[in-house]
Design a protein around this ligand. Sequence first.
Ligand code: GDP
Ligand code: MG
Length: 441
Amino acid sequence: SLTQRLSGTVERLRGRGRLTESNISEAVREVRIALLEADVALPVVQALIQRIKVRALGQEVMRSLSPGQVLVKIVRDELALVMGSQAAELNLNVPAPAVILMAGLQGAGKTTTVAKLAKHLKDKRKKKVMVVSADVYRPAAIEQLQTLAGQVGAVFFPSQASQKPEAIVRAAIDEARKTFADVLIVDTAGRTSIDDAMMAEIKALHAAVNPVETLFVVDSMTGQDAAVTAKHFGEALPLTGVVLTKTDGDARGGAALSVRYITGKPIKFVGVGEKPDGLDVFHPDRAAGRILDMGDVLSLVEQVEAQVDQDKAKKLAEKVAKGKKFDLNDMRDQLEQMQNMGGLSGLMDKLPGVGQLPEHVKQQVTGKEVPRMIAVINSMTKKERRNPDLLNGSRRARVARGSGQTPADVNKVLKQYQQMEKMMGKLGRGGMKGMMRGLSG
Ligand code: GDP
Ligand code: MG
């Protein structure tokens, strides 16, 4: 799958020192194959690859991030961008009733989505929702909607197979107005493929109801065809968004990447199951993260990137590389950076597996410990910080008093310092980079 391929690529880059033209091409080739295998439309693949390449080449790899992480971030950003970068809300900002018109091929999931949307609007946005079926062709289509409406607690406006679709929707709008419904969702008929009569009918319906949202419902399992069908509909109807259904059964995941790029319309929801609660608001950034299967590790990368003071990290790395001694000033810098990142606890919970560690183990390196350690170091003189060997018994006692900690606390800080110092010596040239890589998993 797309996910497996991309994470494999990232895995291979993990050990590399930096992004070079050759390892970028190698990785980009993998990404390309992964996208094509996921049935992403070719123009979309080409555009994505081009952008990823340009960005990766222009990227100065930050000391704190490994090349794999940098590449993941670039790929993730670009995937999100091609899917729209931000969640697109439903617009209900019109005098009630706000009409939502559903369009799409037969079997795409329109009727099911009407019920899901009704539930969503009822539960999440406290709307009074009425639904109506203008599908006078498919046997039992109207009853199907009636049953679903009953399940989700939406008002069902009855219609007959003998009526004209336009007449049905006009009557429904009148009723919605009279009964003060906030939203009216109009279900329509689909055909097995696009034909002129069907397009003419949905256009006429659109003109009759003047919807604030016209949503194109499409089966994600049709892969890049999803985008092509959406494009055709988009040429006939002013679509305001797309609902991608059956993503729960779609292993390839390419449709989401093609739809936005090819149609220019945002994906607003994804269907994630047959039941009325199987609907999710579509978040391009999260979807991109899921495609890469990196989940919270990515937000961790962002955190490290945002919070680590690049200058200090660089200075320390240089210092260690030159064989200079790691002193208590350096330790304090690092502790402050940990604090900036919300303590290690914030970081640890994001690391796969680590979140499950027993509480007392986490406590040791998190919470109040870091500020206390900083307080101890602050109570030392400049000279002591630069040369910790000076800290004999009486000096330690003074530091303890000055920082409001016990002498045992001071000893603990010094012991941790010794461990860090030893580690820094071992890391040598890898210095800060190695350390941050350790931190960011
Ligand atoms: P319509 O012809 O466009 O109205 O399609 P329907 O709403 O009748 O749905 C066709 C089939 O797809 C039904 O069996 C639905 O249960 C199923 N379906 C719709 N959306 C989803 C979804 O998100 N996930 C899954 N697994 N099935 C879905
Ligand atoms: Mg239907």
